[in-house]
Design a protein around this ligand. Structure first.
Ligand SMILES: *Cc1c(COP(=O)(O)O)cnc(C)c1O
Length: 489
């Protein structure tokens, strides 16, 4: 692939010629203060056609779900039908203003209210709230409610959140951010919560246990009801990290398993494209005990034919988001759920699970599969064999997959599996795509034996090869600066 040239400016070249200004001249310095106005502005000078080609070419260098398979585990990068985008772009939805009087925004309130009812039903819980902006935010808001719940009962010494050792990093982070101490519950050799260890950790300091079900090994926590019983007996609450709802939506309900509160990732399970930072929605659902603590405003149906925004709730933890959350994400999710219906949602989960098991069965024998039994929506394989025999790591295999045209799976997560490659095919991929992906991974396993250097030095077909990923995260700088004034503000 030819390298991208970023410096294309040619002095004097312009893309558009504006007519002379015919309104009275106002000096920008008078309006803004002279310190805020630059004397010169070194923008690139280019023709319109060059600009169009530059950005179109750049866009082709991106990988996207619209271009190919995205098997990123724990992320549910599925294809989201374009019709939901069209619906979310309808003027009636995009033009509604958050400060509009509620009687003029009844359509928008109806969508949010209906989504709350639907999500509560899918959760098997009492009520839902769409304010949290992401899964991690849903965790934080829920834990704030957990804290309020215990305080409201005069139970003020519960300062510990138990978190499974296979949990997503956001779980302990949210608990710590909320002021709790975090204690990690180990998994047993079947990849499930170790009940014996859990029992030994239970005392009057436990505020809640955060559990992902199915867990991040792609395994259903079959003891979940017993776990809920133990935690409740100890006076704690059960939090369900619902990021993996794609595996059970329409089939099993966290509320029925005994969970008290959960978050959904509408941007994973319910048709909002994600990656790149949002907007998203980490809607939460709660059982009866936690309902009074939900963020305000609540949308209330007082039976007068109108929906109302309700702020005066004495036990609320307050606001969790400006206005009412990422409304258009709710519109997409609503369109998705209504177009699939209950039977369609169930089919989503069943097909997602079938696809993951198909991948597992095809890769068996080529990679080590630490928990090689029926999985849920994702399968965790390990490159430990390739590492010990040929010195090729999971990261190398992921890089080599890019040469085959695939986005890599999740690497080195969950932490409890060495050299983990976590694959979530989702329900939207065809048999042909899954086969092409498995064929590539099998071919790479063979390359590890015959040409390990080829894999270790991959990718070979991309514009840039290996980046300093730590620096890219810690010192992210995506701002273009003219070469002659790198230090400008
Ligand atoms: C994605 C994910 C989260 C966090 O959700 P965000 O929307 O990214 O904040 C939490 N837990 C699990 C298991 C996840 O996969």
């Amino acid at each position: 692939m030819e390298p991208l040239v970023f410096e294309k400016s040619v002095s004097g070249r312009i893309a558009a010629r504006l007519p002379d200004c015919d309104v009275p001249h106002v000096d920008a310095g008078d309006l803004l203060g002279s310190g805020s106005v630059r004397e010169t502005l070194d923008l690139p000078e280019m023709s319109e056609l060059d600009v169009v080609r530059h950005f179109t070419r750049l866009s082709h260098r991106n990988y996207a779900i619209d271009l190919g398979f995205y098997p990123l585990g724990s992320c549910t990068m599925k294809y989201n039908p374009k019709v939901h985008e069209m619906l979310a772009r309808l003027d009636g939805f995009t033009d509604v203003h958050p400060l509009q009087p509620e009687e003029t925004a009844q359509g928008a309130l109806t969508v949010i209210h209906a989504m709350e009812r639907i999500l509560a039903e899918i959760a098997g819980m009492e009520a839902a709230c769409l304010q949290p902006a992401a899964g991690a935010h849903g965790e934080l808001v829920s834990l704030m409610m957990v804290r309020q719940y215990h305080r409201s009962r005069g139970d003020t010494d519960r300062n510990v959140i138990l978190v499974a050792d296979s949990a997503h990093g956001t779980n302990p982070a949210s608990a710590a951010r909320c002021g709790f101490s975090v204690r990690s519950v180990p998994s047993n050799d079947r990849g499930l919560t170790d009940l014996g260890a859990l029992r030994s950790m239970l005392d009057g300091s436990v505020a809640a246990l955060m559990l992902t079900n199915p867990n991040t090994l792609g395994l259903f926590e079959s003891d979940v009801q017993e776990i809920c019983r133990l935690i409740h007996e100890a006076g704690g609450l059960m939090y369900c990290d619902g990021a993996n709802m794609n595996a059970i939506v329409g089939v099993a309900r966290p509320g029925d398993m005994g969970f008290d509160v959960m978050h959904f990732n509408l941007h994973k399970t319910f048709s909002t494209p994600h990656g790149g930072g949002g907007p998203g929605c980490g809607a939460i659902a709660v059982g009866r005990e936690l309902e009074p603590f939900l963020p305000v405003p609540r949308i209330a149906d007082r039976g007068d034919g109108q929906l109302h925004l309700e702020y005066g709730r004495p036990h609320t933890i307050g606001r969790a988001h400006s206005f009412y959350g990422a409304f258009l994400v709710a519109v997409r999710a609503y369109a998705y759920i209504r177009s699939l219906g209950a039977a369609g949602l169930r089919q989503v989960a069943e097909t997602a699970v079938l696809n993951a098991n198909y991948v597992r069965a095809r890769l068996r024998g080529h990679y080590e599969i630490p928990h090689d039994r029926t999985c849920m929506h994702e399968v965790v394989i390990s490159a430990s064999r390739q590492k010990s025999r040929h010195g090729v790591r999971a990261l190398d295999i992921s890089k080599r997959l890019m040469d085959y045209g695939f986005h890599p799976p999740t690497n080195y997560f969950p932490l409890v599996v060495p050299e983990a490659l976590m694959i979530e095919p989702t329900e939207t991929e065809s048999r042909e795509t899954l086969d092409a992906f498995c064929d590539a991974l099998i071919a790479i396993a063979r390359e590890c034996e015959t040409e390990p250097d080829l894999v270790r030095s991959a990718p070979h077909t991309t514009v840039v090869s290996r980046l300093d990923e730590t620096a890219a995260v810690k010192q992210l700088n995506v701002r273009w600066t003219p070469p002659e004034q790198e230090t400008s503000v």
